[in-house]
Design a protein around this ligand. Sequence first.
Ligand SMILES: *Cc1c(COP(=O)(O)O)cnc(C)c1O
Length: 498
Amino acid sequence: MLPATGRPVADLLAELDRLKAADLPTRGENVTAYVYDSGRPEVREAAERAYLAMLEVNSLDPTAFPSTVALERAVVAAVASRLGGDAATPGIFTSGGTESIMLAVKAARDARPDIAAPRMVVPVTAHAAFHKAGAYLRVAMDTVPVDPATFRADPQAMAAACTQDTVLVVASAPSYAQGVVDPIEEIAAVAAERNLPCHVDACVGGWLLPWLADAGAEIPAFDLSVPGVTSISCDLHKFGYAPKGASVLLFRDAAMRMAAYYACAAWPGYPIVNSTVQSSKGAGPLAGAWATLQALGEDGYRQLGREALEATRRLVEGIAQIEGLEVLGTPQATLVAIGSSTLDLFALADRSRARGFFLQPQMAVDGLPASVHITLTGVSAAGIDSMLTALAEAASDLRADGPAKPRTDLVELVAQLDLEHMDDATFASLLPAAGWETAVAPAPAGESGEGGDAVERGEAGAPAMAAINNLLNALPPHQRELIIKRFISVLYSPHLDA
Ligand SMILES: *Cc1c(COP(=O)(O)O)cnc(C)c1O
């Protein structure tokens, strides 16, 4: 609730610390997903102070705040210079990978007003952000199977999926789930032969692969230097190590960027012209990204790339020694997916988390197996031995149990539920039976109160997610989607807390 009188800042910060106690770590070698730590206090300080210096500035109007134009030009030019472009390459600074992808899809769609029912051709390994863009922008998806051994997209199958209504062809460098780079040259050629734009999703790899290549890794060409690639997305809030809210979308030509823009003068207020989905937007993330790039410089990124690569090699070699675990495909970046045909991977994730390492659950889809994901950064190396020990111990504990056995009674029960029309209270009442333990942070002071004691947790305070993950994994994707939407609806309904 809103306090009747204002509270002192120390009080508020203490409360934030308390609320964050159950969060995953955001710094150090135990970070394996969601956040990227450069491990350099001076870089973090640069980002923090630059962010705060621009805290109140609004990028809505570039004529009112010319500082934002200078910063965006500098950030876009820096990224273009490493991704096959130059000082003239048109770009947009966005809030993240999803927004970059959304705008790339909008540009491709709006460049073809002659097509009434536009479609895009994507490998099944493409990021969910393309499905989201398709849903928001009404561009239908043609998802194409990938090679089941390498997890790389199949250019011939993608060519076969192109139709009269295709407005965009997509490839990843690398894909998030398995960390492998699609055959960009071939896919871009498929698109170019048909006069179609080709977007390379280098959200996670755009600011990583170039430095890995400098460190000696074999990285195929994937950027605007490849003929036929017409746009590319690169998140600075991932391997750029910038604070969240930072991505760059580059176009080969300005006409395509124009199709991403939006303007509206048909209302009585100020004429709107936006390069992004947001209109009013804080300049903090832009300043934070600019400062991080400047503070690290080429040497800094090269060093972080070398260290992340080394950490990945050690992890991949170590996993090969653990009975029951395998690395999926041949990761070309520093993202690793662990698979298993003999162990319960989601139970492995719970046990690793209890030992300090979060493994991100990834569900089976379209014939691709379930896995758990680890992203390795420049600071991961210090934790690789402990991570491998945690994985080996967890695997050994689980070996006697065999592969995951989702409860068929629950799978059948859930399959019969009318999830679309059920109310949240009914859904909430079913959660404990499905294996869900309330794992929300204790409510802030002044809210409902106790909270903390109701939190049921597994060993070492880590939530046990295996039952629920195995249940989801056993259901078709559409049902998973209905369940997880219901789930957040319940999560954001404090009155339904058990
Ligand atoms: C992270 C990621 C995205 C989505 O980016 P957000 O910043 O989370 O919106 C898209 N594609 C790939 C390959 C990614 O790794």
